[in-house]
Ligand binder design. Structure first.
Ligand code: SF4
Length: 289
């Protein structure tokens, strides 16, 4: 397979074939994100993609899932996306799940009919970088979205029948907006009705704008207890039902997962035990992005 730059995939795609169809992120302005800072966004050619599909057809015969990288694949034209999905069906007939990252803007660049067409052609899951449901936080990190615009995008994904998974970033509001970030993220998520929510924990990267704000003292990172309190506010305020909740990414201090609302109390009890100091947290040096 031909990979360029850093390849990032959601934890639930750990066993998927990774097919890189774009390089970088078409937006690339979020102040906390260092994933594609040095990559100039480009779309890979049909020939490059075809070569990788040919390789996967020969060497990845046991894998039933495929993830399309990089950061914002849904921004591709409908024509390009339908071509890629058609090729996947033809070359990898055993693949049962096709997933990709999409930012809210890319989702709104499609019509409902186009999203439904992609689903028909085999696209199954959309991972959306939500980060925060607080407009103040979104504005500070230059996400280029509002809570309302992300709700609109989520509604489109849900209406088209695609599976919506969203990622929120604990700590992104800093100490100052910690509680607002948690509470308003829950309120917005309740209106977005995703099938899956993943909570990661912010780790400021030195080569990002937020990393520089952190180093200069402009941005104050919540400590472990404050992150756990955010997690508690978030989970206790979520009214979503039958939604998978994961906070077991390598960046998290307390690995937890469950299904809301069924496991809500169990999750809250685990957070309370951690706050009481009766559970070991992931040590700082073991955390990673
Ligand atoms: S967080 Fe997502 S949208 Fe923002 S720059 Fe990174 S990849 Fe692009």
């Amino acid at each position: 397979m031909h990979y360029e730059g850093t390849i990032i995939r959601p934890p639930s795609e750990a066993f998927s074939i990774i097919l890189q169809v774009t390089v970088g992120c078409s937006y690339n302005k979020c102040t906390f994100c260092g994933a594609y800072k040095n990559a100039r966004f480009r779309v890979k050619s049909a020939e490059e993609i075809e070569e990788d599909l040919h390789f996967a057809a020969q060497h990845c015969t046991r894998q039933k899932r495929i993830f399309l990288a990089d950061g914002d694949v849904l921004i591709l034209s409908q024509e390009k996306l339908t071509d890629i999905l058609t090729r996947i069906r033809a070359r990898l007939p055993k693949v049962r799940r096709v997933s990709l990252y999409a930012n809210a803007r890319a989702i709104r660049s499609k019509t409902l009919g186009q999203l439904a067409e992609l689903k028909k052609l085999g696209l199954d899951r959309v991972y959306m970088g939500f980060e925060s449901g607080s407009n103040e936080v979104l504005n500070r990190v230059a996400k280029g979205e509002t809570a309302e615009s992300m709700i609109e995008s989520a509604n489109m994904v849900n209406e088209s029948g695609l599976f919506l998974s969203v990622t929120t970033l604990l700590g992104l509001g800093g100490r100052e907006l910690s509680e607002i970030h948690a509470r308003e993220s829950a309120e917005t998520l309740n209106r977005m009705a995703p099938k899956q929510v993943a909570a990661l924990t912010l780790m400021p990267l030195p080569d990002t704008e937020l990393g520089r704000q952190y180093a200069s003292g402009l941005f104050q990172l919540p400590d472990q207890r404050e992150i756990l309190s955010e997690l508690r506010i978030l989970v206790s305020s979520l009214t979503l039902d039958h939604t998978m909740f994961h906070a077991n990414h390598a960046s998290n201090y307390l690995p937890i997962e469950g299904i809301l609302q069924k496991d809500k109390q169990k999750i809250l009890d685990a957070v309370d035990s951690a706050l009481a100091g009766t559970v070991n947290l992931v040590p700082e040096h073991m955390r990673a992005l």
